[in-house]
Unconditional design. Sequence first.
Lengths: 338, 327
Amino acid sequence: MQQAHPAPAGIEPLGPEDLLDLYAAMVRVRALDERVWILNRQGKAAIVASCQGHEAAQLGSVWALRKHAAAHFCFTYYRDMGVCVAQGLTMREVMLGFLAKEGEPISRARQFPLHGADVGRGFMNLSNVVGSHVPEAVGWALAAKLRREPTVTAVYLGDGAASQGDIHESMNFASVHNLPVLFLVENNGYAISVPLHKQMAIDRVAERAAAYGMPGVTVDGTDVAAAYAATAQAVQRAAGGGGPSLVEFDVERYLPHTSDDDDSTYRSRDEVEEGKKRDPLAKLQQRLLAEGVLTPERNDELRKAARREVDEATDAAEAAPYPGAADVLDHLYAADGR
Amino acid sequence: MPTLTLIEAVREALREEMERDPSVFVMGEDVGRRGGVFLATQGLVDEFGEERVIDTPLAESSIAGIAMGAAMAGMRPIAEMQFADFIWPAMNQIVGEAARARYGTYGGVHVPMVVRSPYGGHVRGGLFHSQSVEAYFAHTPGLKVVIPATPYDAKGLLKAAIRDDDPVIFLEHKRAYRSVRGDVPDGDYTLPIGAAEVKREGADATVVSYGLTLHYTLQAAETLAQEGASVEVVDLRSVRPLDAETVLRSVRKTNRALIAHEDNRTGGVGAEVSAIIMEGAFGHLDAPVMRCAGLDIPAMPFAPTLESAFMPTADKIAAALRELLAY
């Protein structure tokens, strides 16, 4: 895919402190992601969908929302562990989700890991029907506009979701009504096994933005600074009443679609190895070490601390019981609440 | 007390609720300047402006999905599906998403949304402007499905639906819109969703019905009265939740039950009501539970003769009642 690397006007590039924060967040998310795969192979986590390769896009975009919107809300999809963690989901809570244990906070283990809602922490992921959350995000943005609230809504979706009719309807409506919503497309080139050229006859999802009358840009989503800058520009536009934008992150999925998938049936190992060269964590580490922002000692500390935190979260989740079934009927209707 | 048509009662409920609560807004195809193709929203855009009376693109899935998103954010949207036959593109958003939101988040979010839609036939609507759709939604945990038969019920139940904290499918029969008139008090009142009402007292048989068919049932009961039979008529008013107690109380008294609805017979609300009666009043029955329903073909053919062949008319309900009483 061709790359566009805009240096958006009026966006202050991230400084060393922010980059270090982002790196630390990325280290934590990676440690968590790697561990849930192990737990899956141990038979403890029923299903894993990885964010590896997407972390820079997810974390860089949340950093942009934090810095440039007075308030924001994220509609995520199954691959967005980085967004959930950036929005405040703790490692222990993530692990409770992967192991479907008592105390899981966003669906009480009724849903797949990372699915549910936490309005207080500003994210929700209701559905496994790919793309269905996109009109809902537009509705969330419509509510903000009607109430004159400053919330910028960000909706994350993959290239696979981009084929759904709901996405067309959503972008069209958002643009007609000039809504403060960002369509953030994590394009990893595959809808499970179907490569991009069988999904669309164009190279970039962002090309479609023009048809809706909104800006669309494609950036290297493995470069956290680029992901941040492109999102920041879209956030500023939305927050300033300029309406929706589409930001497409060119990312890599060098693991199978989920723990239930076998990507060797449809991808060459050469292609996968090529993708790993764009590992966003390795790229940021290399940059920060080269620039002297990160020392090898600090790097070791960060990685050890992340592993420790993952160990503790895993132990806590493994020790937790499965939820009891006494409340299986609760919260179907308002009257069924507890 | 003023006499209103059913559609006037709907319009009055919408206007009063929008006046009462600024979070209530209307969205759908042609609901603005045109006032809706049946004029349910006539005049609302003048009174409340284009921000609260939103003419949407012709795209049912996102009408439902956007309404759902706004509802989760605390608004009270009323999404209009122009015809119930057009609701299928929105099925995923309503059944897959809205119905599951509260349950799937353990109460973390909820969807105070109303989806209003004109349903039903005998209006020369053909295969794509005549359908009854309630069974699809009545099957879905998380939804409420309301079908008023009278203007009084329409106003009180629509207000209750708008104030309800869960998604409500509100179905209004097209033929009832202007053919059914009734007393509607001025001002504010609500009716509880999930409470059936006995619309006619009787002793010899019970007919459970709702919507336009309720009126055909009342006509049939009148015919049977002239033949010496006393028929009780129960109006379900909502098919989910379904007021089993009122149905069972009536059947335990009359010992005979017929369910009459316009929707297709197979897998319809009648099947559920029949099961409820078998489970709760088997020992009281003097005859098998019977159904008088729309034919098992797509609703409904265009030609007037074919349309009449489909419909559970007053004559057909009366015939079914004679059979039930003779058993």
